[in-house]
Design a protein around this ligand. Structure first.
Ligand SMILES: [Zn+2]
Ligand SMILES: [Zn+2]
Length: 141
C-alpha cells in the first residue's frame, strides 16, 4: 500500500493482532476500517464516538484513500476540539498524518479528556495501545 501523503511504500506493523500500515518516511499511519473496529471493539468503544464529522472546511491538503484512491474527507478524532484527520468516504479507513496520531494519544491521556466518551478506562487503553505502537515503531528497527 502506498502512503497517501508522500507515496512511499508503507510498512505493516503488527501489534496485538492488529495490523497498521505505517509510512517510515513521513510517519503517517493508516488504520484499516477492520483493524480499527477490532481495536475499538475490544475496548467496547464505538468508532462513531471517537471519530466525528468536521463541521467546517479545512485548509489541510486533501488526501486520497490508499485503498480506493478516492479523495478522503476531513474528520475530527479524539476528545475536546479534536484533531483533524482524513477518512475514506467509502469506509476503508482512517489516515493520520505524521504526528497526528501522537497528538490524539496525548489528548486521550489527559484527565480532562474523558467526558462524553465511553469512559476513562477505555481511553487510557487506547492511549497506551497507540503509544505502544508508536514506541514499537521508533524502537523496533
Ligand atoms: Zn509517507
Ligand atoms: Zn477508500
Amino acid at each position: 500500500m502506498k502512503c497517501p501523503a508522500c507515496r512511499e511504500e508503507m510498512i505493516v506493523i503488527e501489534y496485538k493482532d492488529i495490523e497498521l500500515d505505517v509510512c517510515s518516511s513521513c510517519k503517517g499511519v493508516w488504520f484499516d476500517a477492520e483493524e480499527l473496529e477490532l481495536l475499538l471493539g475490544s475496548l467496547r468503544l464505538p468508532v462513531e464516538e471517537l471519530v466525528r464529522k468536521l463541521g467546517e472546511k479545512s485548509s489541510e491538503e486533501v488526501r486520497k484513500c490508499p485503498a480506493c484512491r478516492k479523495k478522503m474527507e476531513k474528520a475530527l478524532v479524539g476528545p475536546g476540539k479534536g484533531e483533524v484527520i482524513d477518512r475514506c468516504r467509502r469506509g476503508h479507513g482512517l489516515w493520520f498524518d505524521g504526528g497526528e496520531l501522537d497528538k490524539v494519544v496525548h489528548r486521550l491521556r489527559k484527565p480532562e479528556a474523558v467526558s462524553g466518551l465511553a469512559g476513562k478506562e477505555a481511553e487510557e487503553k487506547i492511549g497506551s495501545f497507540l503509544s505502544d505502537v508508536l514506541f514499537a515503531e521508533e524502537g523496533g528497527k
